[in-house]
Design a protein around this ligand. Structure first.
Ligand code: 13P
Length: 247
């Protein structure tokens, strides 16, 4: 059985005052039936770990450099994230692929670095609207998966998040049939490259809200969500956690 995962990605949002949301969230779910993860801006990871206290909620970064340390001004390494209190790190988010030109090979190198530091890599993949309209969605995401998975990926050190670029922050969500088709294809592709394919968690991300979460979580091979905007407040994220617990 795959343990379900409700993950939030705060992106470039969050100041110290917003840690009140973590208190509200952990208070609302004192003993969650699912894994909870917030991927915080690097500046907040250590304080978020403190704000979480003994609650099982996990904390992640949003990117890491492929090197452990060195002359890379402004970058953050996987050991630094781990040191600050993170257990996970997102790699290959479409915003980083677009804003920073990250390739599948870059993402695989970052995931390798994450795993080497004991972090779980949340590897993001997803097609653009143009690619979907050209009928290329399946080929694009399975290609990204193969190219972005590091050697040594296991069900314990890897989570895969399918985030169609056109669904991120737009309020547009694929149909449940479209999500099922992609997640089924991803599971199949995982079977070709790793032994633990059945145990790898596959998240859906892109405009997940309390109002659509239950429908999305009912789709086969959807093991949780990676949530952007609706993860920023406990009020918005809590119903998503509850929907996943009830799925
Ligand atoms: P939204 O939930 O804001 O669409 O963002 C999804 C996302 O990019 C999570 O990584």
């Amino acid at each position: 059985m795959r343990r379900k995962l409700a993950a939030g990605n705060w992106k470039m949002n969050g100041l110290v005052d917003d840690l009140a949301q973590i208190k509200a969230l952990t208070d609302a779910h004192p003993a969650p039936d699912v894994d909870m993860l917030i991927c915080a801006p690097a500046t907040l990871i250590a304080q978020m770990a403190w704000a979480r206290g003994p609650h099982p909620m996990q904390i992640g970064g949003q990117d890491c450099h492929a090197a452990r340390s060195g002359a890379h001004t402004g970058d953050i390494s996987a050991p630094m994230l781990r040191d600050a209190g993170a257990s996970h790190v997102i790699v290959g988010h479409s915003e980083r692929r677009a804003d920073h030109g990250e390739t599948d090979a870059d993402v695989a190198a970052k995931a390798t670095a994450a795993n080497a530091s004991g972090l779980i890599a949340v590897i993001c993949i997803g097609e653009t609207l143009a690619q979907r309209e050209a009928g290329e969605a399946l080929a694009v995401v399975t290609g990204q998966l193969r190219g972005s998975l590091p050697e040594g990926a296991t069900a314990a050190n890897t989570v895969v998040a399918y985030e169609p670029v056109w669904a991120i922050g737009t309020g547009k969500v694929p149909t449940t049939d479209q999500i099922a088709e992609i997640h089924g294809a991803l599971r199949h592709a995982l079977r070709d490259v790793m032994r633990e394919a059945e145990a790898v968690r596959l998240l859906y991300g892109g405009s997940v809200k309390g109002a659509n979460a239950a429908e999305i979580f009912a789709v086969a091979d959807v093991d949780g969500a990676l949530v952007g905007g609706a993860s920023l407040t406990a009020e918005d994220f809590s119903p998503i956690v509850t929907a996943l617990e009830n799925a």
